[in-house]
Design a protein around this ligand. Sequence first.
Ligand code: ME8
Length: 532
Amino acid sequence: MPSTHSSYYVTTPIYYVNDAPHLGHAYTTVAGDVLTRWHRQRGERVWYLTGTDEHGQKIQRTAEANGVTPRQWADRLVTDAWQPLWDHLGIANDDFIRTTQQRHTDRVQEFVQDLYDKGEIYKGGYEGPYCVDCEEYKLPGELIDGEGEYAGRKLCPIHKRPVEILKEENYFFRLSEYGDRLLAHYEANPGFIQPESARNEVVNFVRGGLQDLSISRSTFDWGVPVPWDHQHVIYVWVDALLNYATAAGYNENPEKFADTFPADVHLVGKDILRFHAVIWPAMLMAQGLPLPGRIAANGWLMVGGEKMSKSNLTGIRPQDLTSHFGVDAYRWYFLRAIAFGQDGSFSWEDFTARYTSELANGYGNLASRVAAMVGTYFGGTLPAATADGEAEAAVHAGLVRAVAEADRRIGDELDFQGGILAVFDFVKQVNGYLTEQEPWKVAKDESEQGRARLATVLYTAAESLRAVAVLLNPVMPGTSRKLWDSLGAEASLGALAEQRVQDAGRWGTLPAGSTVTKGAILFPRLEEKPAV
Ligand code: ME8
C-alpha cells in the first residue's frame, strides 16, 4: 500500500513491563526487525518503533507485590530485561518509547483534552466484568465458567482467571458512532487487516455493534491524569495506543510527524487486534488524523495447546535458545517454521532438525564448500566465468525468481516464511548444481577447457552466495556479514547494508579477482542440548 509520507514506519506493540520478555514478545519484535531491515535494503527510509507500556493496574499490582513503586519497577524491567534482550537480538529500532516519559504523557493529555473539547468524550456510568490481565471490560457472553479452584466464578476466556465486577463513573469515548465509518474503511482497504481470518473477525465484531468505550479509571492512580478531572487516570489502552503518534512527534515536531505518521504497518499479536483495528482507527478518525496502512496480526506461539504467556511459559527464555543455536538461527527459526498469522508450537527437536538440515548442512555447507574450493583450486582468488552454459543459465534464472519472490513475500506481504523459503530453495538449487557439476572431478582436467569449466562453476556458486548474503541479511545479519567477509565482497561492493534487494539478482555483481577466504563457520555443530 503506497504511503503518503516518506518514511516507511513499522511498530511493535509496546509491551507491559509487569515481567521480563518471553519468546512470544521476541517473535513479534524480530518480525518487525526483519521487515524494517528489508525495507532499508530496498533503499527506503524506515522508522522502526518499539517500547514499553508502563501504566495501569496490572503494573501497579506487580510493583506493590514486589515492594517498589511502579516507576521503580518499570525502570528496573526496562533496563535489566527489555532493552538488553533487544540489543542481544540485534533489533535495529530507531526509538524506544516508554509511556511514563513526559514526551508521551503531555501529548496524551492534549489528545484526550482535544477530544473532550470536541464533544467526543462524555461522563457516564458503567458496571461490568473486567479482566485486569487484559486491562479490558468483557462482555458477559464472552466469559467462561470456572472449574476447580475457580468453580462458580466467571473467567476471562484468554487468561482463564476470574474477572472482577467493576462499577465506575467514567469518561466515555463515543466509539459506537464509528461503526459505519470503520466498516467502510475495511471495505475500501482490503489489506488494512491481515491475515484474512483476522479481518473477518474484526468485521463481524464491528457489525455486531460497538459500545462506547470507557476511557478513564478512578479506582487506582497509576496512569496519566485526565487533564480536566484529576480524580481519573486515562485508560491504559488509550494511553498505550497513542504511543504510535507521540513517538512520531504528534503535537511536538510537525515535520517529523508529517514525514512519519501514520504507521505503514502495526505489528500486533492477534490478542490485541481489536484495540488496533477498531479503537485506534476510531480515535484517529475522531481527531481527523490519517489511518495506518496495515494492522498485521501474528498468531500465537503455543505451549501445550495454550497461548504462551507470562503465566504459561515453556520455561525457556529467548537467551536459552540463542546461547545454544546462536542469535541468527533464533531470528530465522520462528519466522521460517511458522506461517505468519498462524499459531505455531515451539519444539526443541524441530529447531534442532531444521538447524541441522537447512542451516548447517544446506546453507552453511554450501558456503564452506565454495570458499574451500576457490582456496584449493585458485589460491583464494575468485576466477571469472568464461564458459557459461545451460546449467549456469538455470542458476541465473533461479536467482531472479528467488529475488522477486522474496521481495514480494517479505517486503509486501509480510509472508516471512514464504520469502525465506524462496531464498532457501535457491540455496538448494545451487547445492544441487555443485553436486551435478562435480567441480572436484573437473579439477582433475588440467586442460584450458577444464580450467575454464572449473572457474565457471566456482564463480557461479560464489556469485550465488553473494546474492544469498544480501537476501538473508535482514533475517540473519551476523551470518551474512561472515559470508560477505569470506567472499571478499566489501572491497569491491561496499557495505552489505548498502546492497539493494532490487539489484541482488543482477548477475555478475561480485567481480572476478575478489579475495575469497574460508572465514568463520556459519552454523557450528550444536552442542548437547542443555538442561533448561
Ligand atoms: O498487550 N505468541 O502487551 P503484552 C505470539 N501492552 N506473540 C505473543 C505471545 C505469544 N504467545 N505472547 C505475547 C500488551 N506476544 C499491550 C500492548 S500496544 C499499544 C499495547 C506478543 O506485553 C504479541 O505481539 O501483553 C502480543 O500482541 C504482545 O506480545 C502483547 O504484549
